[in-house]
Design a protein around this ligand. Structure first.
Ligand code: NAD
Length: 270
């Protein structure tokens, strides 16, 4: 096992890509802190995770023989992030891995977008990454080691109409990651990004529903249209494995960089 004795925080870890990353790291021996908002958001047109969902995720990790806790935490809120990091330190005494995965989206053109819609997406992805790094990095710096992986997107490398706020946040994650990598390299800490293509999680299902796409197969056909390699479709496990590999010593010389798991979407001219 490549992560035995390590402690990992996964934001937005109650389901989807975050839970898959937690599972992969737990399989490699890591203990897990799942941090999730567990409450719906005003401008996001689909449901966020619930406390029950987070508890189920925690039980699943425990059933793998690992230690796990769930902490209700809105990554947009400084006191909640501080309390979550304090809870992780109290439970495990250290933090080796931070996965900034919490995310959401709504679909609306900038001309029609209210400030609150912009804020709920930007603050979750980008301010959330800043706040989590701000509170976790001092512990990693003190111990002289650590790994941060932040989840961007194909939307961090190109635009999506109706997704300007999402793309701005996802581009921002890639830039912020490079700066963080430069700041912490001398402390034995690496920082990288994973960019998923389309993954059929609750987020994508919620967006398809928002557009009134009732037929799941038709919706998937549209959302996966950019993928060069259609089969197998990118799954949460594919994202989890990329995250997990990046935080092992197998990736010890990789920092300030990114892995795109998109079935070849971004290699094509737009
Ligand atoms: N599914 C895709 O196609 C896709 C593609 C590219 C990138 N991503 C990214 O992957 C990450 C995970 O998304 P997913 O597809 O698993 O979606 P998901 O909706 O299944 O999971 C997202 C999780 O984040 C939590 N969350 C949302 N806002 C939060 C906040 N403010 N504070 C704490 N937790 C919060 C939700 O409750 C949920 O548990 C996101 O960053 C998303 O942008 C997804």
């Amino acid at each position: 096992m490549k992560l035995e004795g390590k402690v990992a925080i996964v934001t937005g870890g109650a389901r989807g890509n975050g839970l898959a990353a937690a599972r992969c790291m737990a399989e490699e021996g890591a203990d897990i802190v799942i941090a999730d908002i567990c409450a719906d958001m005003k401008t996001i047109p689909y449901k966020m995770s619930t406390s029950e969902g987070m508890e189920k995720a925690v039980e699943e990790i425990k059933s793998m023989g690992r230690k796990a806790i769930g902490v209700k935490c809105d990554v947009r809120k400084n006191p909640e992030v501080k309390a979550m990091v304090d809870a992780a330190m109290k439970e495990f005494g250290k933090i080796d891995i931070l996965v900034n995965n919490a995310g959401n989206s709504s679909m609306i053109a900038i001309a029609d977008m209210e400030e609150e819609t912009w804020d709920e997406v930007l603050d979750t992805h980008l301010k959330g990454m800043y706040l989590c790094c701000h509170h976790v990095l001092p512990h990693m710096i003190e111990q002289g080691s650590g790994n941060v992986v932040s989840i961007s997107s194909v939307g961090g490398q190109r635009g999506f109409g109706m997704g300007g706020h999402y793309c701005a946040a996802k581009h921002g994650i890639i830039g912020l990651n490079k700066s963080i990598a430069m700041e912490v390299a001398d402390h034995g800490i690496r920082a990288n990004v994973v960019c998923p293509g389309t993954v059929w999680t609750d987020m994508m299902k919620g967006i398809a529903e928002f557009f009134g796409m009732d037929d799941e197969e038709e919706a998937k056909e549209q959302f996966f249209a950019g993928h060069l390699k259609k089969e197998p479709e990118v799954s949460p496990e594919d994202i989890g494995k990329a995250v997990c590999w990046l935080v092992t010593d197998d990736a010890r010389c990789i920092t300030g960089n990114m892995i795109t798991v998109d079935g070849g979407w971004t290699c094509q001219a737009p």
